[in-house]
Each structure stands twice: as C-alpha cells, then as structure tokens.
Ligand binder design. Structure first.
Ligand code: BDR
Ligand code: CA
Length: 333
C-alpha cells in the first residue's frame, strides 16, 4: 500500500496497546515504508513486545518486516515488570492474536537501527514510542547516527502538562531517564510528542465501535484491545475513551497531521534522583520573552494540533483496509 515516494521508517516500541495502534497506522499510511522494528522493555518486556509485534505484523499481512529484540533493562536499574494495569498482562489487553511463525532476528534493536541507518543513509526516519534505551545504545554503537538519520520523532515527556508516572515524568522518559538525556542531547532533528498533546487528543467509544464494526482482523483486534485500555482511562477522563500517545507520534513523524503550536526549544532531561527525575525540562520561556536566545535549541516540541486526530487515524487505517479488500476482490486477468 506504500507509494514509491514513501520515506523509510524504523520503529522502536514497547508493544503495548497504543503502540499497536501506531504500528497499524504506519502499516496503513502510504507515506511510510516500515523497514525495521526494535522492541524495548516498557509496557511489557522487550521479548514480549517483540512477540506482540510479530503477531500484529502477521495479522496485518506484513510478516517480512524484521523485528529485533532490544534492551531488557534500562541503563540504570532493572526492568520494573511493565504496566499490566494499563495494557494487560500480555501488553495488548489480554487479546490473543494468532501466533506468527516468525521469530525476532538475531541482531539487537540497536544493531538493526545502525544497519538500517547506513543502508538508508540520510533518509531513514526513526519513530521511538517506548523508553529510549535502544536509541541511546545505537548512538553509542554509531556516534555518526545523528548524521545518518533524517529525523527522529519521540513520544515522551511532558512540557507544561503533568507527568503520568510522577508529578513531572512521563512513562517513556521515566523508564530510562539516562537514555532519554543522551538521545535528547544528540545533534539530530528531533520532535518530541509529549503528554501535552497526546492527552488532549482522545479516541472515544464511538471510534472503538467503528473499529469493531469494520470487517478486518486488525481492526477487530484493535477494537478489543482498546476495550481494556479505555478501562484504565475511565478514572482519568471520567468516561470510556483513551489518550492516543503513540499513534499521534507516528502520524506526526509521517507529516500526516497539521501542527499549530510546535516551538523548537532546548529540552533537557532530569537524571537526578530527586522528585524531578525523568522530567523533560522544555525551555518555553520564549512564550514571555520572544525566544531571545535559542542557541543549541533543536527539539521541536508539539503542543497543539490543527485538526481532529481521531478522524485522521481511523480514516487512514480504514482506507488501507478497504483497498486490501478491493485488491482481494479484483478478478485475476
Ligand atoms: C507512553 O507510555 C506507554 O505506556 C505508552 O505506550 C506510551 O508510549 C505514554 O506515556
Ligand atoms: Ca509505547
């Protein structure tokens, strides 16, 4: 379904219900060709995330995309065991997908990223929707990575919004602040998609019902998974719906949505052991001061969208699923 001018993408994820949505979106959009996927411990273990990813790829009809298992533990400390209360004990809301017969490749996620960055030098785009452990490891393996990669889009952090793990820290950054600090300090084009924008663009129950009513196995699986995810968010939003963290980062990476507020500023990660640990400190003083000195500022922080994201997300996936149907139905010449 990708067009000839589609950009090449590497996805780093901790699959995860919203990761699954991001993956389905990237597979559906003609703007992206996914050339490799790495997994990292976060919502589930890196190995569990790889299994979910392989199974989803098979269900979506893309079993050949290489999947590499990445870091199990963060740079400091040990993997905390995941977020079963948010994503279910298997990471995808307890949904049992048909098991793919594919296995992860031998290379680690960091090795795969470096290899793809050389193969697609200057034009590979990275979407990171889990803790940044693999990306930091890749930077160590290949210090020229920022020159080889066209850009990196990261779901993570909180600029002006509260955190979702501590008062100030968002999960992907909180799970490995040291790695995040390294990644955000590297000299590449980076876009941060923080909680400010992912918590204010939600998927409603009517969207979930649309997915369940669509005759495609990926759509049904996503609808089922979201049932679990919505359960977690009821206490936060007061109704059955969910934030759209990872699919929004994927859509921003493929330039699928219009951004209305996205200043490029300095961002640093707090790696102290105090209450600020894991905070993304975004220098937004320019809102008062007119951004007097932005030397060293290279991180675009997305704060507002100019359109309804749920319609774009569902519309993109449904168009691809419909096109698959019409191909299947086309008479053989
Ligand atoms: C991020 O943490 C994970 O639970 C989600 O998959 C998303 O990447 C949101 O804070
Ligand atoms: Ca994620």
């Amino acid at each position: 379904m990708t067009d000839r001018t589609a950009a090449h993408f590497y996805l780093d994820c901790d699959t995860g219900i919203d990761d699954a949505l991001a993956l389905a979106y990237l597979l559906a959009t003609p703007r992206a060709e996914l050339v490799g996927i790495g997994t990292v411990s976060g919502n589930v273990s890196a190995a569990g995330g790889a299994r979910n990813t392989l199974d989803l790829l098979q269900l979506a009809g893309h079993p050949d995309i290489p999947v590499a298992v990445g870091a199990h533990h963060p740079q400091a400390g040990t993997f905390h065991g995941g977020a079963p209360h948010v994503h279910g004990s298997n990471g995808i809301g307890g949904v049992e997908l048909p098991r793919s017969d594919r296995e992860p490749i031998q290379a680690t996620a960091a090795e795969l990223l470096v290899q793809l960055a050389h193969q697609h030098a200057g034009e590979l785009r990275v979407v990171a929707i889990g803790p940044l452990t693999n990306i930091a490891a890749a930077l160590r393996l290949e210090p020229k990575l920022p020159e080889l990669v066209a850009e990196i889009t990261i779901m993570g952090g909180a600029a002006l919004a509260p955190g979702n793990i501590t008062a100030v820290a968002e999960a992907n950054i909180a799970n490995d602040p040291e790695a995040a600090a390294e990644v955000l300090a590297a000299a590449w084009n980076v876009t941060l998609v923080p909680l400010d924008v992912t918590m204010s663009n939600v998927l409603e129950e009517r969207h979930r019902q649309e997915l369940l009513a669509t005759d495609h196995p990926v759509s049904q699986a996503l609808g089922d998974m979201l049932g679990y995810y919505f359960g977690f968010y009821v206490d936060i939003f007061g109704r059955a719906c969910s934030a759209m963290h990872d699919p929004l980062a994927a859509a921003i990476a493929v330039q699928g949505v219009e951004l209305t507020v996205a200043p490029t500023v300095r961002v640093e990660v707090d790696t102290t052991s105090g209450p600020g640990r894991g905070q993304t400190v975004c220098d937004l003083r320019g809102q008062y001061l007119g951004f007097p000195d932005q030397r060293g500022a290279r991180c675009r922080v997305v704060l507002e969208l100019g359109e309804d994201f749920a319609s774009h997300l569902l519309g993109t996936m449904q168009a691809a699923w419909l096109a698959e149907d019409s191909l299947d139905a086309a008479p053989v010449a």
